[in-house]
Design a protein around this ligand. Structure first.
Ligand code: 4AD
Length: 566
């Protein structure tokens, strides 16, 4: 025993002396010397081991031998710390091993899958190539369908559900057994393109899928594989992504159920407008987009160099439509209009689809009746068509057709309405007759009234130069804005000045050089007529009908301040 104590004492006497200053020491920069002491005993043991002599300083008194109890406590903490670190190391190793095993298993499965080759069973009836929209009529027959993997659900090793999309609809396809074991099957990603052979069967009671049927596959092929991992479609298009990022990726967003439903509804609504004009025997014309005249004020013109001359992108085809009346009678066009709008609002685009029409030998009330008929025709037709009605229900489940007749309200009465309803200007004052009613108060009024409004008889000075003045009250024009709850103005229309002298005077008041407008003025020279027309913003109409927050969602590739891509 004495020998052991002597040995321990000798070991200690050989041991390094380590300094700890609990006040001024530093565990990160200290070395344990007297001049660069550590701050804690634990650090000293960690870096120098347990066989050390410790001199500790707790206050100004100077270094002393560490007490036995303090040393014991520090050694215990050190041992615990070491134990914890070891445990963590073991856990980490297990995790790494598990991951490696999983990756190895996957690699093996993929290698194995590469050796599995599918062969179409020649004994089966020849498959007919169909579009998904034909699925119901082609039930129980062998078909082949090509499309994009819209959704994918793998159930165990032997079953895969694909919701296939081909632009004409969605179709659930079930792949079983060997069909799920190939390399293409085990690496399949959404948005990949595939062709699937099989038979479409009605679903048994209690199961649901689009069209209430599913294609039971007997063979399939990959056409083009979409990426997985970070570049996977589902990582690019997410519901919570920044709107600008989504606009950069609009080409991918369009594949989604909502965006594609809007575009589909848009196509149907445009068909309905055309059907209305067809029924009313209007002729469709296609006016130019490159022009040298303005229609709605110089501030929103996009100009460009046209073989050395200044030209503009059209703001409205109205002036050209007016020139068609003498040869074609009532006319309409659906063309893009361009506005260099500085306003960054949810209802302004720089390029929008403008549906415009012009009618000869009409009075202002005829124009208003025609507009109400047109809007109601389009709504009725859209709701009567099963496919369109479903799209409206999907996008705007609470839609109810507005009741007729639409409210007709004079601008002058709107000024009174704003006052009575305490809808004021930013500076707290009330709007006065003659002032433009901007977007915010206009929307506040429309939303409060909660139904379509034909706002009429705007003062001449806040409207375009070509508008006909009211015969008995020349302060105001025979003009109309159609306002819809949630969106505001969707249509702007008016009767047009049909007197040549009055028009020439109007050019002057608006500061417009009449020379380039000779062809427009000539309409009043070679057989004038009372006439009127309007322009409807297709994206605004859709934003209202489909309850979209912004017109940008109703455009294929929206253009607005700062965005001209993709
Ligand atoms: O009221 P606006 O400017 O009228 C005209 O252009 C007339 N020349 C039309 C005519 O009488 N033939 O525009 C008509 C409609 C608006 O009511 C609105 O729906 C839409 O065009 N519109 C816009 N839509 C999206 N973005 C913009 N920047 C728009 N500017 C007008």
């Amino acid at each position: 025993m004495a020998a052991q104590i002597a040995e321990a004492a000798q070991k200690l006497s050989l041991a390094e002396t380590v300094y700890i200053d609990e006040v001024a020491g530093d565990d990160s920069t200290g070395t344990g010397s007297e001049t660069a002491p550590f701050k804690t005993v634990l650090k000293a043991i960690e870096s120098k081991g347990e066989n050390i002599k410790i001199q500790i300083k707790k206050d100004a008194e100077g270094y002393k031998d560490i007490s036995g109890a303090a040393l014991k406590k520090a050694k215990k903490s050190f041992a615990e710390q070491q134990k914890k670190a070891k445990k963590m190391q073991e856990q980490q190793k297990k995790q790494d091993d598990d991951l490696k095993k999983k990756a190895d298993d996957e690699a093996k499965a993929i290698e194995l899958a590469k050796s599995i080759v599918l062969v179409e069973d020649e004994s089966l009836p020849k498959a007919e190539k169909i579009k998904i929209r034909q699925s119901t009529e082609k039930r129980s027959k062998r078909v082949k369908v090509s499309g994009w993997v819209h959704r994918l659900r793998v159930q165990g090793k032997d079953m895969m559900f694909i919701i296939l999309r081909d632009g004409s609809g969605y179709l659930q396809c079930v792949l079983t057994g060997k069909l799920c074991h190939t390399f293409d099957a085990v690496t399949l990603t959404i948005e990949s393109t595939v062709t699937i052979w099989g038979v479409i069967n009605e679903l048994p009671e209690g199961k649901t899928a689009p069209g209430n049927h599913e294609l039971v596959a007997d063979y399939w092929e990959i056409v083009g594989k979409a990426p997985g991992g970070d570049d996977a479609f589902s990582n690019k298009v997410t519901a919570d992504a920044d709107p600008y990022y989504l606009l950069d990726n609009r080409h991918l967003v369009l594949r989604g159920e909502t965006a594609s439903a809007v575009l589909r509804a848009r196509a149907e609504v445009i068909k309905a407008f055309r059907a209305f004009y067809d029924e009313e025997q209007f002729t469709e014309v296609t006016p130019p987009c490159m022009v040298q005249t303005q229609v709605e004020g110089g501030s929103t013109l996009f100009s460009f160099n046209y073989y050395g001359e200044e030209a503009y992108l059209t703001q409205s085809s109205q002036l050209y439509l007016e020139t068609c009346l003498p040869s074609l009678g009532d006319v309409f066009c659906l063309a893009e209009s361009y506005r260099a709008e500085k306003s960054h609002t949810r209802r302004h685009l720089s390029e929008y689809s403008h549906l415009e029409a012009e009618m000869a030998f009409v009075q202002f009330d005829d124009l208003l009746d025609h507009l109400e008929n047109m809007i109601c025709f389009v709504i009725d037709r859209s709701l009567a068509d099963k496919k369109t009605a479903e799209l409206i229900k999907q996008l705007n489940p609470d839609f109810v057709k507005p009741s007729r007749p639409f409210l007709r309200m004079k601008y002058e009465d709107a000024i009174t309405y704003l006052k009575e309803n305490e809808i004021k200007k930013e500076d707290g004052s009330y709007y006065q007759f003659g002032e433009d009613i901007p977007e915010a108060p206009e929307r506040a009024m429309t939303d409060k009234i909660g139904r379509p409004i034909f706002l009429t008889h705007f003062p001449a000075e806040i409207k375009a130069f070509y508008m006909q003045k009211v015969p008995g009250d020349r302060r105001v024009t025979e003009s109309v804005d159609v306002l819809m709850p949630g969106v505001g103005e969707i249509v702007g229309g008016s009767m047009r000045m049909d007197n040549r002298e009055e028009l020439l005077e109007a050019y002057g008041t608006a500061g417009i050089d009449p020379a380039p407008y000779y062809w427009y003025t000539d309409q009043r020279k070679y057989g004038t007529t009372p006439h009127g027309g309007y322009g409807l913003g297709v994206e605004r109409f859709l934003a209202w009908l489909l309850n979209r927050y912004t017109v940008r969602d109703c455009s294929l590739y929206p253009r607005f301040t700062g965005r001209c891509t993709p």
